[in-house]
Design a binder for this molecule. Structure first.
Ligand SMILES: Nc1nc2c(c(=O)[nH]1)N[C@H]1C(S)=C(S)[C@@H](COP(=O)(O)OP(=O)(O)OC[C@H]3O[C@@H](n4cnc5c(N)ncnc54)[C@H](O)[C@@H]3O)O[C@H]1N2
Ligand code: MOO
Length: 440
C-alpha cells in the first residue's frame, strides 16, 4: 500500500499553476498574484498634511502661548486635491486640510484646535487674513513625508500573494486598475452509483440521495475553483468513460481537473475503475489511510488530471481534503497549499487501523465546542482558553462522533471542526496523547 504522504506528493505532482490573466482589481479578489507590483512613484507622492489646520514655519510659532498667541498672515486655503503651491514666507501660514500638499516654505502643521481666527468657529474669511497660533509645534509636526510608505520603485505586492482587500487597495494606490493573476481552476465533479438519486427526489428501498457530488462541489468551490457538478451517473462503464473523455476533450467547456466519487473498490459494479481500466495514464492504488483507502489518480489523454475518490461520504470528504484541495490550491498559484497542523491533546480514546494512518474528524473538547467556533479563534472568541487547552497550551480534542471515523457517517460529519492525523504506526489513542490536528 502507498503511504499517505507518498500519495499526497503524487497528487500534487499533477498540479501546476494555471495560466495568467489580467483582470480588473475587484475580480482579482481571491486569486493569486502572478506578478510583482512596484510603485512608480514615492508614496505618499509629496509631503502632505496629517491634520486640518495651518501650514506654518515652526520657527515662527516657537514662542506661541495660549495667553500670548502668535499672529500669522494667511496666504492661501489648501483643500485636499488643491494644486496650489503658495510660498509660506516668514510670518505667513496657509490654511490646509488633511491630505493637501504642504506648501513650499512650511515645515509643520498646526492643528486647527491650537489656533483661533478673527471669526473663530465660522468659515475662514479671506478678508480677516490672519490666524492666531496658541501653541508651538515641532518641525515636521503633522506632516506626512513623501516616501513614508514606499520609495519610488519599491515592490509593494509580491507574486504568489493571495489577493485580499488590502492587496486591492495597495494596487489601486500605486495607480493600477488591473492585476495579472492565475486564473481560477474549473473542476468537474462526477458522482457515480445506481443507488443514487438527486436530493429531494422520492426514494425506493435501496436508493439514497447523492450527497457526494454536492459535498465535493462545495469543497472545490471553497478551495477557490469554479465547479461543473455532474451526476449521479449510472453504473455503466462505457457511458462513464465517454463522459470522462468528453470532459477531458473540453466538450463541456474546458476543465482543469476531474473529481469522481464512488466505484473504485473491489465490488462487482465498480464503475469508475472499470471505465478507466484501459486508460494508461490513470492508476488505482490502495493508500494506507482510513478513511480513504481506494484511490485512483492520473491524467486522461487530453492531459486533464483526474482524482477518483472512494464513494463512502466521509472517505470522499477526507480524500478531497488531503489529496485534491492542495492540488487545486497549487493550480491557483499558491505555494503554501497545506493547512497548518497544530499540536493537540486527546481527550478521548479510540483504536486506529493497523498499518494505516487515520484521519479522525474531531471537535474541541471544551464547553465552547458546540458553538461552531474554530479553535484558532479561541483567544478572541470570548471562550475561556484555559478550559480548552492543556497546561502547555495545546487544544484538547475528542472524536466528533462516538462512532469516530466510520466512513458512512455523512450526517454527523458537519459537526467536525478538524481532522486529527494519526500516524500509521499508532494503534490506540489514549487521553493525554499528543495529536496533530488541522482545522477544516
Ligand atoms: N471487498 C471490499 N470491499 C470494500 C473495500 C475493500 O477493500 N474490499 N473497501 C471499502 C472501503 S475502505 C471503501 S472507502 C469503499 C469505497 O467504495 P467505492 O469507492 O467503490 O464506493 P461505492 O461502492 O460506490 O460506495 C460506497 C458507499 O458510499 C455510498 N455512496 C457512494 N456514492 C455516494 C454519493 N454520491 N452520495 C452518497 N453516498 C454515496 C454508497 O451508497 C455506499 O454505501 O468500499 C469499501 N468496500
Ligand atoms: O477507506 Mo474506506 O474509506 O476506509 O472507508
Amino acid at each position: 500500500m502507498r503511504g499517505l504522504d507518498e500519495h499526497r506528493a503524487a497528487t500534487l505532482a499533477l498540479a501546476t499553476p494555471l495560466p495568467t490573466v489580467e483582470v480588473h482589481l475587484l475580480d482579482a479578489l481571491g486569486l493569486v498574484l502572478a506578478e510583482d507590483v512596484a510603485t512608480p512613484e514615492a508614496l505618499p507622492r509629496w509631503d502632505n498634511s496629517a491634520m486640518d489646520g495651518y501650514a506654518v514655519r515652526a520657527a515662527d510659532v516657537a514662542a506661541a502661548r495660549p495667553d500670548a498667541p502668535v499672529r500669522l498672515r494667511v496666504v492661501a486655503d489648501l483643500a485636499a486635491g488643491s494644486d496650489d503651491e503658495p510660498e509660506v514666507t516668514p510670518g505667513a501660514a496657509a490654511r490646509i486640510m488633511t491630505g493637501a500638499p504642504v506648501p513650499p516654505g512650511a515645515d509643520a502643521v498646526v492643528p486647527v484646535e491650537l489656533t483661533a481666527t478673527a471669526v473663530t468657529g465660522g468659515a475662514w474669511e479671506p478678508d480677516e487674513g490672519a490666524v492666531l497660533v496658541r501653541e508651538p509645534v515641532a518641525t515636521g509636526a503633522h506632516v506626512r513625508c513623501a516616501g513614508d510608505d514606499a520609495a519610488a520603485g519599491d515592490t509593494v505586492l509580491r507574486a504568489g500573494a493571495l489577493v485580499g482587500p488590502a492587496h486591492v487597495a495597495a494596487a489601486a494606490s500605486v495607480g493600477r486598475s488591473t492585476l495579472v493573476v492565475h486564473r481560477r481552476p474549473r473542476v468537474a465533479v462526477v458522482s457515480t452509483g445506481d443507488e443514487l438519486v438527486p436530493p429531494g427526489e422520492p426514494l425506493r428501498r435501496g436508493q439514497i440521495p447523492d450527497s457526494n457530488s454536492w459535498l465535493l462541489a462545495a469543497a472545490a468551490r471553497e478551495a477557490g475553483a469554479d465547479v461543473l457538478r455532474l451526476g449521479p451517473e449510472r453504473d455503466d462503464p462505457a457511458a462513464l468513460h465517454r463522459l470522462l473523455r468528453a470532459l477531458d476533450a473540453g466538450e463541456h467547456g474546458a476543465v482543469d481537473a476531474i473529481v469522481t466519487s464512488g466505484g473504485v473498490s473491489a465490488g462487482a459494479y465498480d464503475v469508475v475503475k472499470a471505465a478507466l481500466a484501459d486508460e494508461p495514464g490513470v492508476a488505482f492504488v490502495p493508500v494506507a489511510v482510513q478513511p480513504g483507502k481506494p484511490q485512483g489518480l492520473g491524467r486522461l489523454p487530453g492531459g486533464t488530471p483526474v482524482w477518483t475518490l472512494p464513494g463512502n461520504p466521509v472517505s470522499s470528504a477526507t480524500s478531497f481534503e488531503v489529496f485534491v484541495r492542495p492540488a487545486l490550491l497549487r493550480m491557483r498559484g499558491l505555494v503554501d497549499v497545506e493547512r497548518p497542523r497544530v499540536p493537540a491533546v486527546a481527550a478521548d480514546s479510540w483504536s486506529t487501523p493497523v498499518g494505516r494512518a487515520q484521519l479522525m474528524p474531531v471537535v474541541r473538547a471544551d464547553p465552547g465546542a458546540d458553538s461552531g467556533t474554530r479553535p484558532g479563534a479561541l483567544a478572541s472568541d470570548g471562550a475561556d482558553p484555559a478550559a480548552a487547552r492543556s497546561g502547555d497550551g495545546r487544544v484538547a480534542v475528542r472524536r466528533a462522533t462516538p462512532r469516530g471515523s466510520g466512513s458512512h457517517l455523512v450526517a454527523r460529519l458537519a459537526v467536525a471542526q478538524g481532522l486529527a492525523v494519526i500516524p500509521a504506526g499508532v494503534e490506540q489513542v489514549r487521553p493525554g496523547d499528543s495529536l496533530e490536528v488541522f482545522w477544516t
